[in-house]
Design a protein around this ligand. Structure first.
Ligand SMILES: Nc1ncnc2c1ncn2[C@@H]1O[C@H](COP(=O)(O)OP(=O)(O)OP(=O)(O)O)[C@@H](O)[C@H]1O
Length: 704
């Protein structure tokens, strides 16, 4: 019997290639007549091949990445997954800086049966196609599979009809294939500056956590994406023009409260080895200590969780270690459907900041990886029931937001295209505006923490991809149909996303980096100097330190007054020595018998004048010598322990002034010396000339 179709599924199919148009595509539900043709084919295919999908299995076999071994490398070394860049995007990228398209929606059915060892972790629900006792016949009845996947875009329920999405995976596809098609293109967008959001949605036990985190046999989208991100970051920063910062935060929404999953992880990050997945950690391990965090509107990010821990990561291993630590605190509990059911929505936020070291410009984009808790029916256990009601309430809020965003009635002129909040998109009150700026219906983002956190992403600040996991067992049909309805609406939400803007001002990271580099160098220089001084100074030197050039320092800084005093003292000394030499020479010269003879021959006045001059010079030199000595003594005293830089500076001012005055006088003295010499030369010249005739050898050298 063909059931009456839900109104939301009645839209005519828009089956054009999703990559060729920016008009969001409605999921199609075929007429029952067309459906019956498909059904026949599907049933035939299924019975012939024993598999659900032809196209998806071909995808599986053609993937070049299937040989990657999760066992050999739990975090999958980046080199192993970087086989090729993905060019698969179902949406249009009109301009380099603008992304126009709709939310990308993919469906991942849970396999009919999983290998026993894989399933031992907790699949409690009855297996697909298992025999059930039939009271009428007394024998066993096999429950028939109501779902068919006819190609990689379509999933059909034999009574409900056909749903079309961007991609429908085969139930036996690997996480790697899901990653290749969903997450990898998003990392490529992230790397060029777009925000990217990926979330897994589906009923409890349908494989959301398996898809996002993986298990010990198979890596999930999170580790695969992180490895790919870091391999790109390393490659792009190789030539030294760019620098990347990767920062992780990790939170959960449990019973409508936000908790930081990295708050208490620092010690563990140091001591613990990395762990690939929360599935293999302790159960029910809430530490119960973390405080609830609040959300605020934020001009840069739309919304911000106040006080959320941020950890800077240098490698994929480090980042995944933080996630493993966060996973440990995530609330997990046993439900009727899943022995290790996530009782919270978990969101990993990875912020990538790239800085162009030449221009100093930088750009930050954020990757949000969300593993939502699964919708579930009421259960017997009180605690699970309470959790379940919070989960369902928040998922309902998400469904309503998506529904409002997707509904044509919001914008009767066309699809509801959302733009970034900073331009014409939604605001914090949740009012969406369409392209033509006509205010639309109120979008109830504030109805739950989940929708509030996803608000920027859903209102056009991020490219969004969702992976809806479904359970194709007959028992789960109602939940699966609900999931597909949600997925159908999400597919209708159109996006118009701008790249995050480049920050280019004096306070950008480039400038900061340069300043930091300069300060770091200064610090290193000073450290070297300090250790050098420590090595040279004796233990009793108190707070005074000596630089390599002998100047006293306080806290590593050169005292400029003292340095000046010392320099001037050196000059003074040098001049004094020269004066002394000159005087000594003159004295010697004058004592020379020949000169004395000559001088005796001079008129008396000249001799007296010279004598007076030289005596004056001698007296001046004695004064300078005395002063220099005094100055040296003073410096020696100041350098002794107990004299601080302050006292030094205080003394130095007067000393330096005096010294300067002395230097001026000293210059005068030298001038006087020179004029005396000239005078003497002039006085001696006629005598020398006269003497040359009778005494050809004159010791001129002594007079110069
Ligand atoms: N595609 C798959 N291949 C192999 N095993 C799977 C797959 N999907 C789910 N499973 C298994 O099913 C079980 C439940 O999956 P999982 O915990 O991921 O579900 P879930 O949707 O996250 O549930 P919940 O919402 O309750 O947290 C796990 O044991 C998981 O390994």
């Amino acid at each position: 019997m063909i059931q009456k179709m839900s109104p939301s599924l009645r839209r005519p199919s828009t089956r054009s290639s999703s990559g060729s148009s920016n008009i969001p595509q409605s999921p199609s539900v075929r007429s029952t007549s067309s459906f019956s043709n498909v059904r026949k084919n599907s049933i035939r295919n299924a019975s012939n091949s024993g598999s659900q999908s032809v196209s998806a299995s071909s995808t599986r076999s053609s993937s070049p990445l299937r040989s990657v071994s999760a066992k050999s490398d739990p975090f999958l070394h980046s080199g192993k997954i970087r086989v090729r860049r993905s060019n698969s995007t179902n949406n249009c990228l009109r301009k380099n800086d603008i992304y126009t398209g709709s939310i990308t929606v993919t469906i991942r059915p849970k396999p009919r049966s999983t290998v026993a060892s894989h399933d031992s972790v907790g699949l409690k629900s009855p297996r697909y196609s298992q025999p059930r006792p039939n009271p009428q016949s007394g024998g066993n009845t096999f429950i028939r599979d109501p779902w068919f996947i006819t190609n990689d875009k379509t999933i059909i329920h034999e009574e409900i009809g056909e749903f079309e999405f961007d991609h429908v995976f085969a139930s036996h596809c690997t996480n790697l294939e899901v990653y290749e098609r969903t997450s990898k293109p998003m990392i490529d967008k992230l790397l060029v500056g777009f925000n990217a959001t990926i979330f897994a949605y589906g009923m409890t036990g349908s494989g959301k956590t398996f898809t996002m985190s993986g298990n010990e046999h198979e890596l999930g989208l999170i580790p695969l994406s992180v490895s790919y991100l870091f391999s790109n970051v390393m490659e792009l920063s190789m030539n030294g023009d760019k620098k990347f910062d990767v920062i992780i935060s990790y939170l959960e929404i449990y019973n409508e409260r936000i908790y930081d999953l990295l708050e208490s992880g620092l010690e563990e990050s140091i001591s613990r080895p990395s762990t690939p997945s929360r599935l293999y950690m302790g159960k029910g391990n809430s530490n119960g200590l973390s405080a609830e965090l609040k959300i605020r509107d934020d001009t840069q990010y739309g919304v911000k969780v106040i006080g959320l821990t941020e950890r800077r990561c240098e490698s994929s291993e480090e980042l995944l270690r933080w996630i493993a630590i966060g996973d440990k605190s995530r609330k997990i509990g046993e439900t009727d459907y899943n022995a290790r059911s996530s009782r919270s929505h978990a969101i990993v936020l990875i912020r990538l900041t790239s800085t162009d070291l030449n221009s100093g410009t930088s750009r930050s984009s954020t990757l949000s990886l969300c593993d939502l808790a699964g919708s579930e029916r009421a259960t017997g256990q009180q605690e699970r029931r309470k959790e379940g009601s919070f989960i369902n309430k928040s998922l309902l809020a998400l469904g309503t937001v998506i529904s409002k965003l997707s509904a044509d009635k919001i914008n009767p002129t066309g699809p509801n295209i959302l733009t970034t909040p900073t331009s014409t998109g939604s605001n914090s009150t949740g009012t969406a505006t369409s392209n033509n700026n006509i205010p639309n219906n109120h979008i109830p983002y504030r109805d739950s923490k989940l929708t509030r956190l996803l608000q920027p992403a859903l209102s056009g600040d991020s490219i969004v991809t969702t992976i809806c996991t479904v359970d194709t067992r007959n028992d789960a049909a109602a939940e699966t149909i609900n999931t597909l309805r949600f997925a159908s609406r999400a597919k209708n939400v159109a996006l118009h996303v701008s790249k995050k803007s480049i920050i280019n001002n004096g306070n950008n990271d480039g400038d900061k980096d340069r300043t930091i580099e300069m300060l770091r160098r200064q610090l290193e220089d000073q450290r070297r100097l300090i250790s050098d001084l420590k090595g040279r100074s004796s233990p009793g030197e108190g707070s005074s330190h000596f630089s390599s050039d002998g100047n006293i320092k306080s806290n590593g800084a050169v005292d400029p007054n003292l340095a000046l005093m010392r320099a001037e003292n050196r000059i003074l000394k040098y001049k004094l020595e020269n004066c002394e030499k000159l005087l000594d020479k003159d004295v010697v010269d004058l004592q020379d018998s020949e000169i004395i003879e000559i001088v005796e021959m001079l008129p008396f006045e000249v001799g007296t004048l010279l004598e007076t001059k030289f005596q004056g010079l001698e007296s001046q030199i004695r004064q300078y010598r005395k002063y220099t000595q005094k100055l040296e003594d003073k410096i020696m005293t100041l350098e002794k322990p107990g004299h601080t830089a302050t006292s030094l500076t205080g003394c130095g001012d007067t000393e330096v002034t005096e010294l300067r005055k002395m230097l001026e006088r000293k210059d005068k003295m030298i001038e006087a010396l020179q004029s005396a010499k000239r005078l003497r030369d002039r006085a001696l010249k006629p005598l020398t000339n006269a003497h040359q005739t009778s005494h050809p050898i004159v010791r001129n050298d002594k007079l110069t």
